[in-house]
Write a new protein. Structure first.
Length: 359
């Protein structure tokens, strides 16, 4: 268990910044997901925490001890890299034992710890296999076991399951969550998958251009995005640019109260906050198509100006192409210059509305 403190860390390569002035406190035993588009600095940040990259500014502290200039092997961190690199000329046992041998532990202890680590990731009795004889998912588990066997205080996972199919990924991430909680390891988990972050994290950090865009618990990130970028990045969101005049949005289909000075805003609402009502032609919108997901339907509608929006409806709704509809927004946000300037309802009410109250 350890507490991680990142203080104003930056990393530049030549003239461009990969990470800029990044600060974060991670509590003992907490699991934090780093989420952000490709190139937003996630791997660079993780590599600096693990000691594989030197910051150009700022400090990294583990349990209040400054580790900024320590090499990886002197840090209480374990890292699973984005492209996992197992040694193909060694069997599974020796891949996992490698770090322990470097530390010159007694043979019997090495054997016990490797066997424990293998059992932990569900690969007991696989020690003698060559890594080339393992499936992709099993190789990922060996990479995980290789980090866990060193008993790191802080575990750094860089998209460890990116190459796996969805089912395996879901299973492995549940296992990681399980192991992480049982051992109480402070963990930073980089992922591209917002579902993964929402399912795993105690807190989510959304990164953009090397900096923090928002840090919050998953439900808060989903229900109270503080920027337009986060609103669009996490979950599905409809965006409608429009003008506000006299505290009302001046859009042909959406005249909504927006308590902000006159000027441009972007209205945003989730598919589950958009209901459809039958209308007569000429209508504010027409149905483009409806996709049945079993638990719900997702209906694409086109506004008169061509803007396409998504509405989530009940599984027994029956909207078909060409139908005239009136879209009704039940909960919405308004952004100006990327910043949240208006939110229609408190998050708790929005939560209740997610059951299909008005389909
Ligand atoms: N060694 C390097 N030399 C120069 N530029 C680098 C180096 N490593 C990373 N970068 C740049 O820093 C930025 C951040 O890269 P990083 O690998 O941290 O992104 P990422 O968020 O992990 O992306 P991805 O999701 O694609 O893995 C990118 O613009 C990248 O090109
Ligand atoms: Mg990366």
């Amino acid at each position: 268990m350890a507490r991680l403190t990142i203080q104003g860390v930056s990393k530049s390569f030549g003239a461009s910044f990969a990470v800029r002035d990044f600060s974060l406190d991670v509590e003992d035993g907490e699991l934090v997901c780093l989420l952000g588009p490709s190139g937003s600095g996630k791997s660079t940040l993780l590599r600096m925490i693990g000691g594989f990259e030197k910051p150009t500014g700022g400090a990294i502290l583990i349990d209040a001890k400054d580790v900024t200039s320590l090499p990886p092997e002197k840090r209480p961190t374990g890292m699973v890299f984005q492209s996992h690199a197992l040694w193909t000329h060694m069997d599974v046992f020796n891949n996992i034992a490698f770090g322990l041998k470097l530390r010159r532990l007694p043979r019997q202890e090495i054997r016990e710890r490797v066997e424990n680590a293998l059992a932990l990731v569900g690969l007991a009795n696989h020690g003698k296999r060559m890594t080339t004889q393992l499936s992709g998912g099993q190789q990922q588990r060996v990479a995980l076991a290789r980090s866990l066997v060193l008993e790191p205080k802080i575990l750094l996972l860089d998209e460890p399951f990116a190459s796996l199919d969805q089912h395996l990924r879901e299973r492995l991430r549940e296992e990681v969550r399980d192991i992480q909680q049982r051992l109480g390891i402070t963990t930073l988990f980089v992922t591209h998958g917002q579902d993964e972050a929402l399912a795993l994290a105690d807190r989510i950090v959304v990164m953009r251009d090397g900096a923090t865009e928002q840090v919050a618990a998953p439900d808060q990130i989903y229900r109270e995005p503080t920027t337009e970028f986060v609103a669009g990045f996490i979950g599905s969101m409809n965006f409608v640019p429009t003008d506000v005049s006299g505290k009302i949005s001046q859009h042909a289909a959406f005249a909504l109260p927006v308590s902000v000075a006159d000027g441009k805003v972007v209205l945003a609402f989730r598919p589950e906050a958009l209901s459809l009502r039958p209308a007569q032609h000429p209508a504010p919108a027409t149905v483009h198509r409806s996709i049945d997901f079993g638990t719900h339907k997702l209906v694409d509608i086109d506004l008169a100006d061509g803007t396409r929006l998504k509405a989530m409806t009940s599984p027994d709704s029956n909207w078909t192409k060409g139908m005239a509809v009136e879209p009704i927004v039940r909960a919405y946000y308004a952004f100006r210059d990327n910043q949240l300037v208006h939110q229609s309802v408190p998050s708790s009410e929005m939560n209740d509305n997610r059951v299909f109250a008005h389909v």
